[in-house]
Write a protein that binds this ligand. Sequence first.
Ligand code: NAD
Length: 358
Amino acid sequence: MAREKLGVAVIGCGRIGGLRASLSSTHPGVDFLAISDREQKQADVLAQRTGADLVTTDNLAAITDDRVDAVFVSTPEHDHRDSIVQALEAGKAVFVEKPIALTLEDADIIIEAAERSGSELRVGYSRRHDRRWMMTKEQILQGRLGEILGMQSRVYNTRAQLMQILARSPDATPVTDVLTYYVDMACWFLEGVRPIEVVARSKYKIFKELGYNAADVTWAIITFENGAVVNLGVSYALPATYPTIGQSSRFEIIGDEGVVLLDADNKDSLLFTDRGAPHTYVPDHNINMMFMQTTSAADFAVGDYWGAVASETRSWLDHLMTGRPSPHTTPREARRTLAVTLAIEEAAATGLSVTLEG
Ligand SMILES: NC(=O)c1ccc[n+]([C@@H]2O[C@H](COP(=O)([O-])OP(=O)(O)OC[C@H]3O[C@@H](n4cnc5c(N)ncnc54)[C@H](O)[C@@H]3O)[C@@H](O)[C@H]2O)c1
């Protein structure tokens, strides 16, 4: 369904909600912007940046406003469900940040609301919208890798950033919050092939000593129904001032007719400054050395936002306006990814292999 204008609401005015709202406010099709945060100050600060038309601490008032067609749910990981369900039931298109939820029970309630209401729901796996991974999907669609036999990926970041995640969502872990992007990616690349079994091991020291149930290092192997084996790993325990300011990763796909090797550590985009540069995600955290482009969301430069979340947001708004298909993650894909990440945590905690349900 094509539209000429679009009204947008953003629920949660933090780092990512701030990006969604800023990008919406400059989108040529958006003629109304509502923002809501449970903290009045957060909403007020973002209102100044975006010139929002409606600023509130009442999520439901923003969601159900007649001028709103589409809702971004950018609240913390454990707090997505209620706003999504309210928006779907009000007939609004919904875009929620990853992961869809932290429990399968919440994910099922959300999926049931989406299917009952018929409203569109998409999930923000922004890694897909980084050009390297989007191009890889195209090579796979063109058959240039042949049959995928296996993949390997690992992602690193600093403990300073994980502490920000744990501060807003203490039950999130590097696996459910970050490795989830790479599980989404592996399943997207192996579209149509079901993951069936998970084995994993974790080491717990640094974050455990701080009182969290988050591992320092996790390595997992996921087996798919056709025998493809995918090895995924994550560590967010690197020293606090290590130059990564988001995600430093590698992703390698081995097919029987080709291979793709993505080096996304971004060590080739180096800034060093005696003046110190602000971290884009961790407040009051200046660093002298930075691997630019490691921000997984988007960077502000020369008057605008650039990067995966910028492309992802604009492309979803374009999709709503034009009706063109979009590659954003569906609720069923997001539920499967959540199930795999929870299985990785279970396998690491028990030392046993975990069989995934059909
Ligand atoms: N795609 C990406 O690149 C990316 C990057 C980081 C985070 N994320 C995801 O974005 C989401 C938010 O992360 P963030 O970094 O913006 O967090 P944040 O802490 O910066 O912002 C969260 C905001 O939500 C508000 N809030 C909390 N509960 C609320 C509620 N019930 N109703 C209204 N407002 C509420 C908080 O006051 C805060 O302003 C998470 O799901 C996270 O996983 C995505």
